[in-house]
Design a protein around this ligand. Structure first.
Ligand SMILES: [Zn+2]
Length: 344
């Protein structure tokens, strides 16, 4: 004889049609059950009307929801203006969803603050936000879950990884600086394109930017100089308005992270092979007259092993690195909190 149904049969049974109708997305936060198996497992259905309402069991008054949003709105819902809203006539399901949404978002915001401070990997590991992204990504590469074999694959795979980490953010490639700073003079940036840019909603809300390097053909001092050039570029982005920016270097050629100081020829070897702080005016190793960058902050490169000879280093720039005050509207917490409640 068949077993009595339990909630586990809901996804394949009585919730199936509702979820399909709503495109397998939570009507409150937009979580998409068709994107991953674990997303789908966390979907359920949410009754929009209270138990005594005669229309409660009608399909149109039941919507797809993730389990968190389902519970989140109940917390505040009953004692709110629900009764006034329902009144004599039952509102449309759309109206009811819109009515519940702010309660869901309020609860999600509280949970986001808790997650950010206590649960997020970077917080637990004592790393910065970007530090956490880099460490988690490097860990995937280290156990061969992701393959990175040149600079383009690094950009591509890391972009996918960041997009999964920040579902409500825009993660874009090769964006021109003018997209974020249309009024900045052309010559105020060392480069024009950012490898990866992460922002919320629109370019006036940048979150962070990444420059990526994975040199494959030796030329150590020249490449090291290009790392410095990227750091100068990151400083420009932060000065212009990015809260944070970072350079992520992958290297499997030990010449980038160990070996002689070669102090007579260039300070570059000291920066990348011996943890000497990067700061000030740095000359291009080939001695070209135009080849010079100035770095205002002070940065120490620390290499972390990924696997075998493959290592990574992360150089982070934020407003503190440049001695600038942290403006309230650029604080990471507020930007994140906002994004976490973005339903779509
Ligand atoms: Zn949800």
């Amino acid at each position: 004889m068949a077993k009595k149904s339990n909630s586990g049969t809901s996804l394949m049974g009585y919730s199936k049609e509702i979820l399909k109708r709503d495109g397998y997305r939570c009507r409150y936060c937009g979580l998409d059950g068709s994107l991953s198996f674990s997303n789908w497992l966390s979907l359920c259905r949410d009754h929009l009307l209270e138990k005594k309402n005669s229309q409660r069991a009608k399909k149109e008054y039941i919507v797809a929801s993730c389990q968190f949003c389902n519970g989140a709105n109940n917390r505040h819902f009953e004692r709110s203006g629900y009764k006034a809203l329902v009144g004599q006539e039952t509102p449309t399901p759309e109206k009811l969803v819109d009515f519940r949404k702010p309660f869901v978002e309020e609860t999600r915001k509280e949970y986001f603050a808790f997650w950010e401070a206590n649960v997020r990997a970077s917080a637990r590991l004592g790393l910065s936000e970007i530090g956490g992204v880099a460490a988690s990504f490097a860990e995937l590469v280290g156990r061969n879950a992701v393959e990175v074999y040149n600079e383009f694959s690094l950009q591509h795979e890391l972009g996918i990884f960041i997009r999964a980490m920040y579902p409500n953010r825009k993660v874009q490639f090769e964006r021109n600086v003018s997209f974020f700073f249309p009024d900045a003079p052309k010559n105020s940036f060392t480069k024009r394109e950012m490898d990866v840019a992460v922002f919320s909603d629109d370019p006036t809300n940048p979150l962070f930017s990444l420059e990526l390097k994975f040199p494959r053909n030796g030329q150590h001092p020249e490449q090291m100089f290009s790392f410095c050039k990227d750091i100068a570029f990151l400083e420009e982005l932060v000065r212009a308005g990015f809260p944070r920016a970072a350079l992520l270097i992958f290297a499997d050629d030990p010449g980038f992270y160990e070996g002689n100081l070669n102090e007579d020829s260039s300070p570059l070897y000291g920066f990348f092979r011996h943890e000497r702080p990067i700061h000030g005016e740095i000359q291009k190793p080939t001695g070209e007259k135009d080849g010079m960058v100035t770095i205002q902050g002070e940065y120490t490169v620390k290499w972390q092993t990924i696997k075998g000879p493959l290592k990574y280093a992360l150089v982070e720039v934020d407003r503190t690195s440049l001695g600038l005050a942290e403006p309230g509207d650029l604080a990471p917490a507020s930007g994140e909190g906002k994004g976490a409640t973005d339903g779509n």
